[in-house]
Design a protein around this ligand. Sequence first.
Ligand code: PMP
Length: 418
Amino acid sequence: MTDSAPSHGFLFDKWLHLYAERVETMRSSEVRDLLAVTARPDIIALAGGSLDIKASNLGKVSDIVADVLTEAGPEALSYGPSEGHLGLRKFLVKFMADEGVDCDVDDIIITQGGQQALELIAKIFINPGDTIVAEAPTYVGALNAFLSYQASIIQVKMDNNGMIMSNMEKTLKDLRDKGIQPKYIYTIPNSQNPGGLSMSLSRRKKLIKLARDYQTLIVEDSAYRRIRFEGEDIPSLKQLDSANVVYIGTFSKILSAGLRVGWVIAPRPIREKLVFAKQAADLCSSSLAQRIVEQFFHETPVNNHINKLITVCRRRRDTMLDALDEFFPKGTTWTKPIGGFFIWVTLPEYIDTTAMLAKAIQQKVAYVPGKAFFADGSGRNCMRLNYSFPKEKDIKEGVRRLAEVIEQEMELYKRLKV
Ligand code: PMP
């Protein structure tokens, strides 16, 4: 037995008196925990959050890696600047211009995925007990990053057009009345995780005004912006108010999550602190991974590539929506994503999706329970379903199996009530 192996079913931790207080608020990501189960080949995983790399048609990545190593071998295998590889930052200036954001190479810091940007932002802004405002529900990894710095997170209700601004205004006013300064408002305005919906332009404008009125900052997570199936391309918050918005982007949703390359664009004083924080965290992002991304988009026009991904994801979204219509019982509702990777499903109040997960896994299908997307334990009757990764036939079969599990829960409730 190793000294970390559990004995008698629980893990005795003899270092408890040594940990920092922040360890108490750290929590495991339910999504990451589920990955272990969903990696089993017999389970239909509607729980992940990745692109289907096999269906993404990346071409000969091995040639790209070989080209990078031939052309820039020593540099690709060495430390690089903490701000990131210049060639990739130059590419991003054009990529961002395409989105309507005017920025310079010096405005951009490359990070290890969007997740590191979230962590670094939390690190430079959050003291224990500080307040962050976010959407309800929101991305699990963002909640975990903020919670690990002991933030208090207030989540604002959404409808089909994003966060409801009257609720946001009330939240900010209540905080001001209590003398609390929220450190930032975290939002995923485009094709949100978990519901796949976007914030309307008028709400974006209102949010920008409120953030300024209440002297707080906006953190805009743009992870799924390019994976849009329909509707207009709404200007980003960064485009609308560059001086008061920190923008986070990632290549995970448009190229590869395994390369771990993302970026952050922030006003200069914030950027400086983010670089200090990054230096303390990892010195720099992988020089090799950054050059692979740069070389990939040197050879493949970015919009052609993204359009292919959109075609795959749109087809899978349609398959999932059709399957939900066909199989899910009355009394269940779900979002109709305009982009992104996910559908958010709401079941009757009495169903606890965390408890139901074990039954779903017995039926060989997995989802993410809704509770993970809230800091306060709500969302227990909700679940997130992913359509970007599973094949269409698995989507249909997975939804059918899940519908059976839900119907059994409904039956059980009816019988117990009588
Ligand atoms: N933001 C959102 C909204 C996400 O869904 C994710 C990943 N699921 C991330 C950020 C982080 O992804 P990565 O670190 O791979 O860029």
